[in-house]
Design a protein around this ligand. Structure first.
Ligand code: GLN
Length: 203
């Protein structure tokens, strides 16, 4: 069966995610209202600006419905700002910044420092047999993880070597980097496999 994966479409690099998911043969839709969320088997929360995404998701009355779906076990994948949105705890968040939560992780926003606006590097990701070329843009990192969280990838070189930048907890995945840019769809495929597995089990 074809699964439907929504991309939260209030701000950020929505189109890039829709394109990669479409290339992988799933039904990819944008989500701006609850009726669109209801039709989804899984949700991508894109990169962008997490404070803006949070505010707009609240304005569009999407925060609570998404939280509810996450509690019910809907698979979700957050990239960069999306990782921030899925984190249970934030360091260096804006005052009063809300997240969706779900992932038992503490994420440090803009962790790589102001000077390092963006950088790229190759990293090993658990489940993939060759390194991913990762693009980081004002990226967060994962400061600490709870016991149920699997670390999928760490920065391999430079000042941030060892920092956690990809995680999974049950049906939830997040990366500090942007697998939606750069033409490598393997990280999305990992998420599609999660959604397909979850949907099959639910039937
Ligand atoms: N720094 C951004 C934030 O706090 C995230 C950047 C990104 O998604 N590329 O939301």
């Amino acid at each position: 069966m074809t699964v439907t994966i929504g991309v939260l479409a209030v701000q950020g690099d929505v189109r890039e995610h829709v394109r990669v998911l479409g290339d992988l043969g799933v039904r990819a839709t944008t989500v701006r209202r609850t009726s669109e969320l209801d039709a989804c088997d899984g949700l991508v929360v894109p990169g962008g600006e997490s404070t803006t995404i949070a505010k707009l998701a609240r304005t569009f009355d999407l925060l609570e419905p998404i939280r509810q779906r996450l509690k019910e076990g809907m698979p979700a994948f957050g990239t960069c700002a999306g990782m921030i949105m899925l984190a249970d705890r934030l360091e260096d968040g804006a005052v009063g910044q809300e997240t969706l939560g779900g992932l038992d992780i503490t994420v440090r926003r803009n962790a790589f420092g102001r000077q390092v606006d963006s950088f790229e590097g190759d990293l090993e990701i658990t489940g993939l047999d060759a390194p991913v070329h990762a693009v980081f843009i004002r990226a967060p990192w994962v400061e600490s993880v709870g016991p149920g969280v699997e670390v999928l990838g760490r920065v391999e070189a430079g000042a941030a070597a060892g920092r956690i930048v990809a995680v999974r907890q049950g049906p939830l995945m997040a990366t500090s980097f942007h697998p939606e840019v750069g033409g490598d769809s393997r990280v999305h495929q990992l998420f599609v496999d999660l959604v397909t597995g979850a949907t099959t089990r639910a039937e």
